[in-house]
Design a protein around this ligand. Structure first.
Ligand SMILES: *[C@@H]1O[C@H](CO)[C@@H](O)[C@H](O)[C@H]1NC(C)=O
Ligand SMILES: *[C@@H]1O[C@H](CO)[C@@H](O)[C@H](O)[C@H]1NC(C)=O
Ligand SMILES: CC(=O)N[C@H]1CO[C@H](CO)[C@@H](O)[C@@H]1O
Length: 317
């Protein structure tokens, strides 16, 4: 009897530990819709976000928002609320604008092209949350609680995918394009830098530089496909935003993006967003003591960039 009691206890404990373990693992590894891609994306475009001064991006990093963020509630426009918030537009204009918003807008970009920064700016300027087809817990905790929301309750939805499946849910898209030279380094840092956020110089030299070379050539193809397939084959309306323009003419670009989204501009929020455009991110150049691109690589990257930028209608100096 006593033995059976012990056996029962032992089996129960094993089962409980097992279930607990499975739960723990599944909580940390929720399958996404794109299992092949890394689902963790931090602020790759903001190297300092990972700097040793901020060792863990998910802790203590609170963004001060110009206004409390919320979802778009299309069914129940609360007029009194909109009246005070969107004081530049009449309440009826606002609700009409919100209702006429097309189903869904994608924020399509190659990783490392500044999509998180653009989402940050848009959330500041509108007070409305932006979504994503991924669920990045780092972002979830640092001011992007609508990670994994992909419906009309968000302003737009981040994606790094392309192809007919990727754009099926969307009727509009903003294609954010960054110089591949920078985007590829940002992506390399993100994939290999861990919490510190930078690839160590050794990583560029791994297997006599072949690893990095292969990385650049793969990513360059991806960059090109991403850009061109959205620009050419997506059937909805598309707006191409160049990262450099966003950096140098932030307000002008934001206004034109909101115009594209048919979202009414609130001047007060816009001023606030521009004031806080860098937010907690201070962009700092990583000082690599060497140039990771060889002459041949750079020539190839620049050649590709010229072709793609040309096709996207941008003249290169
Ligand atoms: C949007 O998606 C979220 C999460 O999947 C869900 O909670 C919410 O109800 C959805 N909203 C609409 C308007 O479909
Ligand atoms: C885009 O369309 C062209 C034909 O117009 C097709 O050859 C190509 O495979 C398409 N690309 C994607 C990524 O769907
Ligand atoms: C998907 C897509 O449009 N790919 C094109 C990318 O650009 C090259 C030329 O630069 C084309 O050959 C591909 O078809």
């Amino acid at each position: 009897m006593a033995l059976q009691g012990w056996r029962f206890f032992g089996v129960s404990a094993t089962i409980i530990i097992y279930i607990g373990g499975v739960l723990f693992l599944s909580m940390n590894n929720i399958p996404g819709s794109h299992p092949k891609r890394p689902r963790i994306e931090r602020f790759a475009e903001f190297p300092s976000f990972h700097s040793p001064r901020f060792p863990m991006p998910s802790r203590k990093m609170t963004i001060r928002w110009c206004r409390d963020l919320k979802y778009i509630n299309r069914d129940l426009p609360i007029y009194a609320d909109y009246k005070s918030d969107f004081y530049t537009a009449l309440p009826s204009d606002v609700s009409a604008a919100l209702q006429s918003l097309p189903a869904l807008t994608a924020l399509a970009s190659f990783p490392g092209s500044g999509n998180t920064w653009l989402r940050y700016l848009l959330q500041q300027a509108t007070g409305i949350l932006t979504g994503s087809i991924y669920k990045d817990y780092g972002l979830l905790k640092t001011g992007f609680p609508a990670e994994n929301v992909c419906n009309s309750s968000v302003l737009l939805v981040k994606t790094h995918e392309w192809g007919s499946k990727a754009w099926a849910p969307f009727s509009k898209a903003i294609l954010l394009v960054r110089d591949p030279e920078k985007a590829i380094i940002a992506e390399f840092n993100r994939q290999s830098g861990g919490h510190i956020g930078f690839a160590s110089p050794d990583r560029y030299k791994r297997t006599k530089g072949k690893y990095w070379q292969q990385f650049v050539s793969n990513k360059l193809k991806g960059w090109e496909m991403m850009n061109l397939s959205w620009a050419r084959n997506f059937t909805g309306s598309i707006k191409v935003v160049f990262y450099d323009d966003l950096v140098h003419h932030t307000e002008r670009e934001l206004r034109s993006i909101l115009d594209f989204l048919q979202f009414p501009i609130n001047e007060q929020l816009m001023r606030c967003a521009i004031m806080r455009k860098e937010g907690i991110f201070r962009r700092k150049k990583r000082l690599l003591s060497f140039d990771p691109y060889t002459e041949a690589m750079r020539a190839e990257v620049q050649n590709r960039r010229r072709i793609v930028y040309g096709l996207l209608g941008r003249q290169e100096p």
